[in-house]
Design a protein. Structure first.
Length: 329
């Protein structure tokens, strides 16, 4: 589509006519021959002498060339443009960070699977979380694994195939045998510092209690709440166990409540899948569509045409005058 950026400048088109109509011709004094009997000559001719100007006649070719050049210059000033079809970019408005417990206890085979048998906790987590990632095609996702310490496995990215590949390769104990819950929230804080999305969500999954963190989980959750990070906590361990194996439900509930999130307990793979379905519903896709139309400037075409027209006219006029002078000589 063609358009003019400043169409109001076309009002300048009649400007030369207005100047010609409103302003008198230029007057200047030039040398002349003095006639003592000038009055007798004018009376004999029946003419009343007055002051005036000599206005040279314009050739029709000059009028046409200059008029056309003026129209093209005004058109160039109006900035003609070719506007291309709109381009759209979808920008996510929410970053979701998945933090998964990979302590040694995640290989415990006490997690009921749909066929009724008992499988390893980590196998159920891999299946359910990978399915959750598949359902979020338009969100930026990141991945943290934590054990003795937290480790970023995937930065915030739209490459969900990479995130699923990292999830499918998770093994219990690769981050150490213990659980650093508080430090994993601290790492999440540092990762969220580099994002600019208005909504930040951390989905935290663990099967035990904090045994290795340098930062207390509640202190980390307090900082997360002040920074607008919502934490949804999921527990899949045994609340009745003792020692490091016991699921600290009270801490997880408090972390979720202090950051505006929710706490869930998953006792089997089906219930865990239901939890992630609920999280998918309470964090619907949030996107902003950015649209712009590329513009190609075309002002140089009419401007160049005006220069060519004037140059050709003066070239022809000069050549014609030269030929006449040579012929007269």
């Amino acid at each position: 589509m063609y358009q003019l950026e400043h169409p109001w400048l076309l009002l300048l088109l009649p400007l030369p006519l207005l100047i010609w109509w409103l302003l008198p011709p230029h007057r200047e004094i030039s040398a002349s021959i003095r006639l003592p009997f000038f009055d007798q000559v004018t009376r004999a001719a029946g003419v009343q002498p007055t002051e005036g100007s000599i206005i040279p006649k314009r050739a029709w070719l000059q009028t046409v060339a200059e008029s056309l050049a003026w129209c093209l210059v005004v058109l160039a000033l109006a900035r003609p443009q070719f506007v291309e079809p709109p381009l759209e970019k979808v920008e996510p408005q929410r970053d979701i960070l998945l933090a998964l417990d990979l302590s040694q206890s995640m290989e415990t085979r006490d997690f009921p699977v749909p066929d009724g048998s008992l499988g390893a906790r980590v196998d159920a987590v891999r299946t359910v979380v990978a399915d959750f990632v598949t359902k979020r095609p338009n969100d930026r996702l990141g991945l943290i694994a934590f054990g003795d310490a937290p480790y970023p496995l995937a930065p915030f990215t739209m490459d969900h195939d990479l995130v699923r590949m990292m999830i499918n390769g998770l093994l219990p104990g690769i981050a150490g045998p213990r659980t650093s819950l508080g430090d994993s929230i601290g790492l999440a804080l540092r990762m969220f510092e580099k994002t600019t999305t208005p909504e930040k969500v951390l989905i935290l999954l663990t099967d035990g209690n904090d045994t290795a963190s340098k930062m207390p989980p509640m202190k980390a959750a307090e900082i997360a709440g002040k920074n607008g990070i919502t934490i949804h906590a999921i527990g899949i361990g045994d609340p009745a166990a003792t020692g490091e194996e016991k699921l600290d439900t009270a801490t997880l509930q408090k972390i979720a409540a202090d950051t505006g999130g929710r706490y869930f307990f998953g006792s089997d793979q089906s219930q865990l899948a239901t939890i992630y379905d609920i999280l998918d519903q309470i964090t619907p896709e949030d996107q902003k569509v950015l649209s712009w139309r590329p513009r190609i400037e075309l002002f140089h075409w009419p401007l160049g045409a005006a220069i060519v027209i004037l140059a050709l006219y003066h070239l022809l006029a000069g050549s014609y005058g030269l030929i006449r002078r040579r012929a007269a000589a």
